[in-house]
Design a binder for this molecule. Sequence first.
Ligand code: ZN
Ligand code: ZN
Length: 155
Amino acid sequence: MTDSRKSVRLPSVRTTFDAEPLLRGVALRVTRPRVAVLTAVHEQPHADTDSIIRSVRGDLGEVSTQAVYDVLRALTAAGLLRRIEPAGSVARYESRVGDNHHHIVCRSCGDIADVDCAVGDTPCLTASDDHGYAVDEAEVVYWGTCPACSTTPSS
Ligand SMILES: [Zn+2]
Ligand SMILES: [Zn+2]
């Protein structure tokens, strides 16, 4: 991020993503930190908190870490963001909510990709014993090695 580019003001350079109606839709007040966080996660699916803070600061200048955490919590509680936390990974956020899609995680670099709902036989999604619970969700995480990592010998 060079300073020379900062003076160029192109309001329309932002993607067509519009955070404001989403915030209004869940009755959250439209604030610049909320818009910045929502936009950052939209542009960087599965971003961790550090990268979200970095891009929010790139947008708004000084914003406290706590403020970003608060916004992430509020947006997640409102259902605008989904928080995922694969084992051994820091929490990550995405704006693709509502479809309970799955994730595939690289064991080597931690890269995460979306996987649509499982197709074919999915016996593990049907609990053999539901213990009387009304099951409404099963969480699936696929682990493996991403293409970049499987071609680059690691050490
Ligand atoms: Zn990888
Ligand atoms: Zn995802």
